[in-house]
Design a protein around this ligand. Structure first.
Ligand SMILES: [Zn+2]
Length: 356
């Protein structure tokens, strides 16, 4: 066993604190001053034998040394040595969050995952690059538009990529930073998750076939000064994008006409996410994909996360399955709570919808 790789600091002469995150940080109090000194001087990741040796070197009594080790074990600060994964420092953070203490298994599972990112503007490029760096094994990249000056600096795209297809430039940058990554053009079999990046409004021509094919997909919509991340649609289990449209139409009868115009509007098609917005929303999107792949709770299920300037702090809007949608998900939820969410959002033109 070995001590988790956490900072060890002294609070006073007889108290030592291990870790800084309140979810797992522990203060060992009422130590003898030599024991506190020995613990504070331990190297990161010391084995239990090394801890005992350091205590002996400070002439700490045997019963206190054993009690210290017992306290460390009870606080889950002693864990089995991890498998070496020098190329993935993320394993350390996931080791702390995973009850089994083995973050390498999280990353090993991601290496077998395949994610498609369709739409590689600033936001899509950040999504793809973040997923690659977080260990997703295969990316299907889909956007043949040429790299423009506004794309440079996002997801590893550089000036030398100007004029190149976005899917080629983003793939090259991601592989340069993570050589084991596989990049493909979209193939027939649905991947584990499809990320759809749209502007103005989610395009039903792109998302409806995915739902009907049973493919898990995550909608991302870039607007003038905000980005909507979600919902993550798991067909048959969660609300779908048609559910969202039906809720919006309930609250605003003009919404279907507005949405149809936004799909075709050239001004909307030229929207570019502001720099901080693209970076925050891109990382937030990747985090939702990884939560789904890892089997953790995903905040974008039955909801969208809106990141808006000037603050850029995500706000969650719930979108439960709509009873009139043909996707069948509404039968799995309580209808009272479904009604409660109607009108909880804002139309993409910025018009606040009145609560019922
Ligand atoms: Zn639906």
């Amino acid at each position: 066993m070995q001590l988790r790789t956490l900072p060890v600091v002294r609070r006073d002469t007889t108290t030592v604190q291990v870790g800084t995150d309140p979810r797992w940080a522990v203060a060992l109090a009422d130590l003898s001053p030599p024991a506190a000194r020995a613990l504070a001087a331990l190297p990161a990741g010391a084995t239990d034998r090394a801890v005992l040796a350091a205590l002996r070197d400070e002439r700490v009594a045997g019963d206190e040394a054993r009690a210290v080790l017992d306290h460390l074990a009870a606080a889950h600060l002693l864990v089995p040595p991890p498998q070496p994964a020098p190329e993935q420092p993320d394993a350390r953070a996931w080791s702390l969050l995973d009850a089994g203490g083995d973050g390498t298994s999280v990353l090993a599972a991601r290496s077998g995952a395949r994610v498609r990112v369709s739409g590689l503007d600033r936001v899509g490029a950040v999504v793809a690059h973040t997923l690659a760096m977080a260990g997703v094994g295969t990316l299907e990249l889909d956007d043949a538009a040429p790299v423009g000056p506004q794309d440079v600096g996002f997801g590893g795209v550089s000036e030398r990529d100007l004029g190149e297809h976005r899917e080629v430039a983003v793939a090259r940058a991601a592989r340069a930073d993570r050589p084991h990554l596989r990049t493909l053009a979209p193939v027939g079999r649905p991947p584990d998750v499809v990320v759809l990046v749209d502007r103005g409004v989610a395009d039903p021509v792109r998302h409806t076939p995915l739902r009907d094919a049973g493919a898990t997909h995550l909608s991302v919509v870039v607007r003038e000064a905000s980005v909507l991340v979600g919902p993550l649609v798991v067909p048959g289990s969660t609300s779908c994008l048609t559910c969202v449209e039906l809720h919006r139409a309930d609250a605003d009868p003009a919404w279907p006409m507005v949405a149809a115009q936004l799909v075709a509007d050239r001004t909307v098609a030229g929207l570019v996410a502001e720099t901080t917005l693209a970076t925050i929303a891109g990382a937030l999107t990747a985090a939702q994909v990884l939560a789904h792949l890892d089997g953790r709770p995903c905040l974008a299920r039955d909801a969208a996360l809106e990141v808006a300037l000037p603050l850029g702090v995500p706000r969650r809007q719930q979108w439960l399955p709509h009873p009139a949608c043909g996707c069948g998900s509404h039968v799995t939820v309580d209808q009272g709570s479904a009604r409660a969410c109607v009108g909880a959002g804002a139309a993409p033109d910025g018009v606040r919808v009145r609560q019922r």
